[in-house]
Ligand binder design. Structure first.
Ligand code: NAD
Length: 486
């Protein structure tokens, strides 16, 4: 059985307490690896290695050298593309076709994008008058924040982890990553790539394990961690924010969503159906930016529901290597139980099940997998559970609306504010509505189109802070103002 160890100070090490857990393939429920579970010892070692590395050659390295090393990391991922691809698909069950175009290339690109950002970004300078007439100059110096804890989720494991590690290292910090217990493999592989690229020991560390009473909590509570960047559920974000309050440490939180799509009668129906099919069902609905609430103008409601139903029923649920498969399983049996409990709840609360609502009939060898059917509901009240809570599965509720004002009010009627999509061919309406929806990103006539230089993050319960482009520098560096009296 394959063994996945921690990566501390440039070396792969097992847990001192001998504790391990199973890494399960969600397509069939079979074990694919044994993972070492980190305890306080491993977290302490990783944090002290990261601290020491700040004082080593890494700390005094000029930005060009650092940028060159990060380019080598990106090249190293691309050179082992197929290995990363297989590992990611085995851990998550997602189709190769998806991970080949999104997870792995974006995972590599995150190192280049932020290397370029740090290389090209200057700081500010202000001159000011003084009463004695000589004046003064203010300029800003940017310094790394220090030791950063990176806590990442399982839905896009490599992509979301490197989205944080890339800018953290570009800015000269050192990191300890605690990947999701569901998807440890690509983060472990990245350790090998870091060594091959020549990243100094202790700059990138990985400790595997769980959240509460395990590596995640020990790491976020560790007094020598300077800042914590987290992607995951809003409830976990709340616990991490409480941990970060001790020692007044900085946090970046990218949390859950309950994202709306608003479809106006003047939309291009083909585009709206194609885009909404992706935003609801891609990655088996396990995308933080995915749509779970769809609002459709009443005059096209019946047609839209019928066409989204046909589109959902045309999706093929299958194993990663199946070229025709559009959807894999959910990430785990535990998550399958959670999603199915929402399916049951929707029916109990009176939903009309337009399609799906259960488990697809899979071949014998896949019956132990975490499969669920793509599901669409209509007819629920606005306070129904599946309309209020994030499900993180391949499902949505569709509700009609009559006016633009009502659509905006419905879209904003949520504790979350991560992403939204607006479908209209009326350019004035597009601008008007986009400005009024409370979410970190509003797509017009698209979904998941990302320019990595733009701000990314959530409003309300969906997070704190913005990452992407120069916005990542705000979190991963400390700005110091130097005021010189002339
Ligand atoms: P999760 O919160 O359960 O776990 C995320 C990570 O936090 C894991 O590594 C886990 O081990 C760790 N963790 C759990 N409890 C912890 C604790 N008390 N202290 C420290 N670490 C702890 O999230 P998940 O189920 O892995 O991911 C799905 C969630 O992530 C969804 O809510 C989704 O919307 C959200 N998400 C958000 C974004 C975004 O950019 N806003 C992106 C992807 C996923």
């Amino acid at each position: 059985m394959k063994e996945i160890k921690h990566f501390i100070n440039g070396e792969f090490v097992g847990s001192s307490n001998g504790k391990t857990f199973e890494n399960i393939n969600p397509i069939n429920g079979k074990q694919i690896a044994t993972v070492h579970e980190g305890g306080m010892d491993e977290v302490n070692q990783a944090v002290s290695s990261a601290r020491a590395a700040l004082q080593s050659e890494w700390g005094s390295m000029d930005v060009n050298e650092r940028v060159n090393l990060l380019y080598k990391v990106a090249d190293g991922i691309n050179a082992r593309f197929d290995e990363f691809l297989e590992a990611e698909c085995a851990d998550t069950g997602k189709p190769y076709s998806l991970a080949r175009h999104i997870d792995i290339p974006r995972g590599a690109a995150n190192f280049k994008v932020f290397a370029d950002t740090i290389k090209n970004e200057g700081t500010e300078l202000f001159t000011m008058p003084t009463p004695d007439g000589t004046g003064a100059i203010n300029y800003a110096l940017r310094a790394p924040k220090g030791v950063i804890a990176v806590i990442s989720p399982w839905n896009l494991p490599l992509l979301l982890m490197t989205w944080k590690v890339g800018p953290a290292l570009a800015c000269g910090n050192t990191v300890i990553v605690k990947p999701s217990e569901e998807t440890p493999t690509t983060t472990a592989l990245l350790g090998e790539v870091m060594n091959d690229a020549g990243i100094p020991k202790g700059v990138f560390n990985v400790v595997h394990g769980f959240g509460p009473d395990s590596a995640g909590a020990y790491l976020t509570q560790h007094a020598d961690v300077d800042a914590i960047t987290f992607t995951g559920e809003t409830l976990t974000g709340t616990a991490i924010m409480q941990a970060a309050a001790v020692g007044v440490r900085d946090i970046s939180l990218e949390l859950g969503g309950k994202n709306p799509a608003v479809v106006f009668a003047d939309c291009d129906m083909d585009k709206a159906i194609e885009g909404t099919t992706r935003s609801v069902f891609a990655n088996c609905g396990q995308v933080c930016l995915g749509t779970e609430r769809v609002f459709v103008e009443r005059s096209i409601f019946d047609e839209f529901v019928e066409r989204l139903k046909q589109s959902a029923e045309g999706l093929k649920v299958g194993v990663p290597e199946d070229k025709d498969s559009n959807m894999g399983p959910l990430v785990s049996k535990t998550h399958q139980e959670k999603v199915l409990s929402y399916y049951k709840n929707a029916a109990e609360e009176g939903a009309t099940v337009v399609t799906g609502g259960g488990v697809p009939d899979m071949p014998e060898d896949l019956k132990g997998g975490a499969w669920v059917e793509p599901t669409i509901w209509t007819g629920l009240a606005d306070d129904a559970t599946v309309i209020r809570e994030e499900i993180f599965g391949p499902c949505c509720h569709i509700r009609p609306f009559d006016t633009e004002e009502e659509a905006i009010q419905l879209a904003n009627d949520t504790e979350y504010g991560l992403a939204s999509s607006v479908w209209t061919e009326n350019i004035s309406r597009a601008h008007r509505v986009a400005a009024q929806i409370d979410s970190g990103i509003v797509w017009v006539n698209s979904w998941f189109l990302r320019d990595l230089r733009t701000p990314f993050g959530g409003m309300k319960g969906s997070g704190i802070g913005r990452e992407g482009g120069v916005h990542s520098l705000e979190f991963y560096t400390e700005l110091k103002n130097v005021c010189i009296k002339l």
